[in-house]
Design a binder for this molecule. Sequence first.
Ligand SMILES: [Zn+2]
Length: 203
Amino acid sequence: MAPTRDSLGCFITAHLARVKCIVSKGNPRITFFYLLFFIRRNFIMDHKLYLRRCIEIADEAVASGNNPFGALLVDSKGDIIVESGNIEITEKDCTGHAETTVMRKATKLYSKEFLWDCTLYTTAEPCCMCTGAIYWGNVGRVVFGITEKQLLELTGSHEKNPTFDVPCREVLAKGQKNIEVIGPINDVDLQEEIVKIHRTFWK
Ligand SMILES: [Zn+2]
């Protein structure tokens, strides 16, 4: 699969500090394997492909009577290992956001060490609660389609989703982990696909 511009940008910027740290330790074997992992993680994964699947999941959530959000978790090999749409209405669960539901499932199945090398994809930027779940679950990277501010403009003060206005980067900056955040996705058409679902839903 061809590398995307997002993944190229990620390659240049994202783990530079970690690479420098490992290279500076001077262990060529560790450096080699880390770079292999790094290249696979950033060049093989196609963010847009996974976000398109998140959009399908969001559509399925709406069809099942829930809110239009979808999320999934991808391991370091690029395999989707957990998926969920929003379930808060049918499950009568105020914590049933797509990302938190993915994290709840993931932490029952996988160790924190394993999850650190995983990426959570989601249609819209994670709210404070979901960012907290990602942090506590120890997922090392988040990719989202549209920002919470964009979502807020679409939901307004709708009683089903009176959206926060707090970027997940700000929440994570107060924590103690170097969780990487990529988003909003650098693709106008893909963003529009996500916006379209919300534009019709929150009328
Ligand atoms: Zn949330």
